[in-house]
Design a protein around this ligand. Structure first.
Ligand SMILES: Nc1ncnc2c1ncn2[C@@H]1O[C@H](COP(=O)(O)OP(=O)(O)OP(=O)(O)O)[C@@H](O)[C@H]1O
Length: 328
């Protein structure tokens, strides 16, 4: 891992009117990193991912800084996203159809992307496009298909080809497999991480899927109600969570919890406009005590590589089942 981060995010906020949905988030992404952002629905994962690239929805106000290291110094990614698009940073969205034009065959779209990035002839661009599609497992014959003629898995592969054809330094994938069947998810994630490795890009992967994090991520950032909960090397965070919330997400992965279709953690996250005072997770937390209900925990370095935002981090038992016995 390089010493200097490729991307430094400091105090990122995203608000709709007076309601902050991402609240003071700071993290780094290194040049050879796969950073997974996990958390329940509504935690602010997608908005964080999109805000990194200046692609937040209309009506959102973004604060804080997102800086990217380059050969010539650092640069504000959001400000330059339009110019850098495809070359330095790229997005793989949840919904492939939204990323592809409905009126052109995918190979033509990819060839156009190649020509926007490099001075090459049409013929050369077409050949590069076909190769890029083949590398992600879209057979040459399917390149002439329009997006709606492709299966969901093939479409998402085509989007991965689009996102990586310019060999960007950073790929942000916003729940890239949510729309797919379970069997296809792993295949498509594998294609994405293979392309990342082949091009040397860093990857920010937004996902609900902790199994995917275990399999593919080097580091993980757990979010809850728009804030940092826990971050560090994925194997260590998932192997021995230090935040009760992470322990709850893990307990929900056990066969018993799955079979019973239990929610990840009992209760539901608070609505962004109605956060409790103190730690937003306190009302659902089996370890909460008085200070948790009054004072919001700040990220604390618990060792050289891990941070936890929890007053009770040292009381979290080694096994997730110890905290959420009904789930495990
Ligand atoms: N365009 C919008 N206008 C108002 N609120 C929004 C908008 N987009 C998202 N939100 C709110 O911001 C919060 C965070 O949304 P976000 O999509 O980032 O969550 P998420 O963690 O990615 O969830 P999911 O896993 O379901 O995609 C949610 O409470 C959501 O309702």
């Amino acid at each position: 891992m390089a010493d200097e981060p490729l991307l430094s995010v400091r105090d990122l906020t995203v608000a709709f009117g007076a309601v902050e949905v991402v609240r003071g988030l700071s993290f780094d992404v290194y040049g050879d990193d796969v950073l997974a952002i996990v958390g329940e629905s509504g935690a602010g994962k997608s908005l964080t991912a999109r805000a990194l690239l200046g692609l937040e929805p209309r009506g959102a106000t973004v604060g804080g800084t997102v800086r990217m290291r380059t050969a010539t110094g650092t640069t504000g990614v959001r400000e330059e996203a339009a110019r850098l698009w495809g070359r330095r940073v790229a997005l793989v969205p949840q919904d492939a159809l939204s990323a592809l034009s409905p009126v052109h065959p995918v190979e033509d779209q990819l060839a156009a992307a190649v020509r926007s990035l490099r001075r090459v002839s049409r013929r050369d661009a077409r050949a590069r496009a076909a190769r890029a599609l083949e590398r992600v497992g879209v057979p040459a014959a399917r390149g002439r298909a329009y997006p709606h003629e492709l299966s969901g898995g093939m479409r998402q592969r085509a989007v991965i080809a689009m996102a990586t054809v310019g060999e960007p330094e950073l790929v942000v994938a916003d729940e890239p497999t949510t729309a797919l069947d379970r069997d296809l998810r792993e295949q498509v994630l594998r294609v994405l991480t293979e392309r990342r490795e082949a091009t040397g890009a860093a990857l920010v992967l937004v996902t609900h899927d902790l199994e995917a994090v275990r399999e593919h991520a080097g580091r993980v950032l757990v979010m809850y109600a728009g804030r940092h909960v826990e971050s560090g090397p994925a194997d260590r965070v998932l192997g021995r969570p230090r935040a009760p919330y992470t322990a709850g997400l893990l307990a929900a992965l056990t066969p018993v919890a799955r079979g019973g279709r239990l929610p990840a953690v009992p209760g539901v996250p608070p609505a962004p406009g109605a956060l409790p005072p103190g730690c937003a997770f306190a009302p659902r937390c089996p370890l909460a005590e008085e200070r948790c209900r009054t004072r919001s925990p700040e990220p604390l370095r618990v060792d050289a590589v891990r941070s936890v935002s929890c007053h009770r981090w040292d009381a979290v038992p080694a096994s997730a089942a110890g905290l959420f016995p009904g789930r495990a």
